[in-house]
Design a protein around this ligand. Structure first.
Ligand SMILES: *Cc1c(COP(=O)(O)O)cnc(C)c1O
Length: 345
């Protein structure tokens, strides 16, 4: 049973502090050629086209609420965390510049960057003139940041801290918004969508979508594909985050871990490490539709979608929405992340 209508949820969201960063609603469109090839009706929801720049992505929706809160608190600087090729860190830097805020990034060297030739998001971070701190894998970056922040605040700066991926209850409300926006588009265009497939990393996107689904009801099944290893508590943590996001919106309802479907079967050999199935998925979308996926997130989630169709987990003739969360800059990152895209297998 719906707790609220999409219209009224969108009005509630509009009443929260938010910075206007992206171009919404993001497009929803059908992939005719690939639909025919797969025997399903496949739509893309284009969070990759969110703005601020041509390299937008799913973090912009979260940042609208996060930076709204940052500005409301009168902060001048934003501190956040990620890998050296973090999409979230890069989008935070862009969003900060749009709002006149100072971006400060603590980036873990999961994949070692080439100091002589900065690539992809790390290059963009420098172009946005973010203050970049590269942190070795074995250092506690949150603790390191905390000591830096204490120092900066003594000097009179005011820092707003955003967790990795922007995944707290403020950021997650952005994806309750995305869910309501999608529900509105599906209804207006009379699209009988049954499945929503997306990639999950830090969990804020999933938490927000699950909050939206809890509030609006409906039969859309959310199938989440992990971008890296997730421990046993992941579902519990995301469910709690989802419940907190619902609270943030002023409603009272609980999301349970059993309501989430997180597939850990498609990220191997690891986060930011290319695999053959994702490489093939990227090549397939490029070849049949002229569209780009990325090797770290959307390529792996799309390889899961293809496998679900192949094995009947998603039956023939189903209507499926794939949430394109962005990430295409990874196509121009370190070779270990890119994989063998240019060569046929
Ligand atoms: C961050 C990211 C995700 C995962 O979103 P979370 O909210 O961190 O789970 C998926 N795809 C891309 C391209 C991303 O940058």
């Amino acid at each position: 049973m719906p707790i609220v209508s999409a219209q009224s949820l969108l009005e509630t969201l509009n009443g929260l502090p938010h910075a206007s960063l992206g171009f919404y609603p993001t497009p929803l469109h059908r992939l005719d050629r690939l639909s025919r090839e797969l025997g399903i009706s496949l739509y893309l929801k284009r969070e990759d086209l969110s703005g601020v720049s041509v390299f937008g992505g799913n973090k912009i929706r979260k940042l609208q609420y996060l930076l709204g809160e940052c500005l409301r608190q009168g902060c001048d600087s934003v501190v956040t965390f990620g890998a050296t090729q973090s999409n979230h860190a890069m989008q935070t830097a862009a969003a900060c510049r749009r709002c006149g805020l100072n971006p400060i990034l603590f980036l873990t060297r999961i994949v070692e960057p080439d100091a002589q030739s900065l690539r992809a998001n790390l290059l963009l971070d420098h172009l946005y003139d973010a203050q970049v701190h590269l942190v070795p894998l074995d250092i506690d970056r949150e603790a390191f940041a905390k000591s830096c922040i204490a120092q900066w605040e003594q000097e009179g700066r005011r820092c707003y801290v955003i967790p990795a991926g922007g995944s707290n209850e403020v950021g997650a409300t952005g994806f309750a918004e995305c869910y309501a926006e999608l529900a509105t588009q599906l209804e207006a265009e009379d699209i009988p969508a049954e499945y929503l497939v997306h990639c999950t990393g830090s969990g804020g996107t999933l938490a927000g979508l699950a909050a939206g689904k809890k509030l609006l009801g409906g039969r859309l099944r959310i199938l989440s594909v992990a971008s890296g290893p997730k421990d046993e508590e992941y579902e519990e943590q995301v469910a709690q985050l989802s419940t907190r996001a619902i609270g943030q919106l002023g409603f009272d309802a609980q999301v349970f871990p059993e309501e989430l479907s997180v597939d850990r079967g498609y990220y191997l050999p690891g986060y930011e490490q290319a695999n053959g199935a994702a490489t093939q998925a990227i090549r397939l979308l490029a070849r049949t539709e002229g569209l780009l996926l990325d090797p770290v997130y959307t390529g792996k989630a799309f390889s899961a979608l293809l496998d679900y169709v192949r094995t009947g987990k998603i039956p023939q003739k189903s209507t499926v929405v794939f949430l394109h969360t962005g990430g295409a800059t990874a196509l121009f990152s370190e070779p270990q992340i890119v994989g063998k895209l240019a060569y046929p297998p």
